[in-house]
Write a protein that binds this ligand. Structure first.
Ligand code: GLA
Length: 527
């Protein structure tokens, strides 16, 4: 093809601009979390795959598990996201839209989400980027990215895991980019979890698309915890520490702590490793029948504080001493630092942890908090000697002061307000959600983001570590019908002054047929 001189000039200019362009022009696009401020600390929740596999996943199981998360204290410790993984949840109808499987989910997938939100938990769903999910039991999103992400939003999902099976011939970056765009276009803020098991090295590009990405293959087959495999996965994930940070996390897979086949020592070590790696804490055990010892591991707020630290640094191995690994390089928001001494050997071992290992000057007098024994000792200068059982871990927090605060852990009584109005004249209705910080400090008041619909106002009242967001709806001018809003509220972490993960919840208003002469007003919140 013959090019005109004008076109050549433009091409030459473009080329020289590209070659001279500073590196910043090729910097990766903004993180997904910069928009929605979700997952600024690693997501916590529960997923069925490790314990149950595909069967028996159904509405009864998920509801029982959601109840168990509440009753066992796991919800109070920060576990929030829950829902089906791969199972038989939906199929694709003739119109191309996903249709819930009502035999297994009689309330529908939106109905299950409403139940979960009513318990103060967030709703997680699963799909695949290919033509079919891994088991081939459900359709994948290939060619239906826009409709499917719209369905997940309509079902009120807050978290979507997107697997990478049956993707022959698909470009991984293009595929997940399209899914990320489709999800944003659907308009509901959702934690976007990529699951390519490390294929395509997502730690290099996925922060712009989602909030977390699997770095490795599956940690176990359904129902079979595998300690050796977990250690291999930890070792692969450890090397990727630079990629993790607020809003973009390496995901070494769902947890096996509390599953059959692991000892209490292994459970503690596993949990310590996942917390040290700032990994998403998606529990994989059966919380309906866990032992007290497992519950103590999974709800240990002092360990969770290391995982949920707002700086979001992934710790790593700084030194090996025989079979003992010394994990550190994990500064925490209050100036303290986490250290994990993990014995991979078959005999008890003693290691000297120096303050230089921990990241402090050698001569500093430092206090040591044992995160499993819940005891503070010191101050010590230079370091301490630690003896650890085989497969055991000593999980420590080292600080100049003897105060070891827990960062914000947000627990809500519910994530959905339902209001109904009926009558000839306008009414005012209200419903509240209460949000508690299970961490040490009071938070500043939650700030409700602008952009609420005209019929809704939200007022925030603080009482110690709890805050109530009262939602007032005026039906004046509203026609009969259903109204929905997603409320967003923001907060800042009190020590660092950095933004915390945004809080989102749903408000539904039903204005029913107007019965002449009858007015319904005041506070009303059925369900
Ligand atoms: C993949 C994922 C697992 C699980 C299964 C479901 O293997 O990595 O976590 O979701 O698919 O088939």
């Amino acid at each position: 093809m013959k090019r005109s001189p004008a076109i050549l000039l433009v091409l030459t200019a473009a080329f020289s601009l590209a070659t001279l362009a500073p590196r910043a022009q090729t910097a990766r696009p903004a993180d997904h979390a910069a928009v929605d401020r979700l997952a600024l600390t690693p997501p916590m929740g529960w997923y069925p795959w490790n314990e149950f596999g595909q069967e028996p996943q159904n509405e009864t199981l998920i509801r029982q598990i959601a109840d168990a998360l509440v009753k066992s204290g796991m919800k109070d410790a920060g576990y929030t996201y829950v829902g089906p993984d791969e199972g038989i949840c939906f199929s694709r109808g003739a119109d191309g839209q996903l249709t819930p499987n009502l035999a297994r989910y009689p309330s529908g997938l939106r109905g299950l989400g409403d139940e979960i939100h009513g318990l103060g938990l967030k709703y997680a769903l699963y799909t695949d980027a290919g033509t079919l999910t891994c088991s081939k039991a459900m359709p994948g999103t290939r060619g239906h990215e826009i409709e499917d992400m719209a369905s997940f939003a309509a079902w009120r999902a807050d978290y979507v895991k997107i697997d990478w099976c049956n993707t022959r011939g698909q470009d991984i970056v293009e595929t997940y980019t399209a899914l990320g765009k489709a999800q944003r276009a659907a308009g509901r803020p959702i934690v976007h979890s990529l699951c390519s098991w490390g294929d395509g090295e997502p730690w290099k590009w996925a922060a712009a698309i989602g909030h977390m990405w699997r770095t490795t293959g599956d940690i176990c087959g359904p129902g079979r915890a595998n300690w050796a495999e977990a250690l291999k996965i930890a070792s692969l994930n450890e090397k990727l520490h630079e990629a993790a940070g607020p809003g973009h996390w390496n995901d070494p897979d769902m947890m096996i702590a509390g599953m059959d086949g692991l000892t209490d020592t292994e459970n503690r070590s596993f949990f310590s490793l996942w917390c040290m790696m700032a990994a998403p804490l998606m529990a994989g055990n059966d919380p309906r029948r866990m032992t007290d010892a497992t519950a103590r591991v999974l709800t240990n707020l002092e360990a969770i504080a290391i995982d949920q630290d707002p700086l979001g640094v992934q710790g790593r191995i700084v030194r090996r001493d025989g079979a003992v690994e010394i994990w550190a390089a994990k500064p925490l928001v209050d100036g303290s630092r986490a250290v994990l001494v993990f014995n991979t050997g078959k005999a008890p071992a003693t290691a000297n942890v120096t303050w230089a290992d921990a990241g402090f000057p050698d001569r500093s007098p430092l206090f040591v908090r044992d995160l499993w024994d819940h005891k503070t000792t010191g101050p010590y200068r230079g370091g301490i000697a630690v003896t650890v059982a085989p497969d055991g871990a000593s999980f420590l927090r080292v600080s100049k002061t003897n105060r070891f605060p827990i960062p914000p852990i947000i627990v809500a009584d519910k994530y959905r307000i339902v209001l109904r109005a009926e009558g000839a004249s306008a009414s005012t209705l209200s419903g509240a959600i209460t949000v508690r910080n299970a961490g040490s400090d009071e938070l500043p008041a939650w700030k409700v983001a602008p952009g609420l619909p005209a019929w809704l106002t939200v007022a925030v009242a603080r009482k110690g570590k709890s805050q109530t967001l009262t939602n007032t709806v005026s039906t004046a001018g509203l026609a009969t019908g259903s109204y929905h809003a997603v409320v967003r509220a923001d907060n800042i972490e009190p020590v660092s002054g950095k933004p915390m993960s945004a809080l989102y919840y749903d408000v539904d208003v039903e204005v029913t047929g107007r019965a002449l002469g009858k007015t319904t007003g005041g506070n009303q919140e059925p369900e």
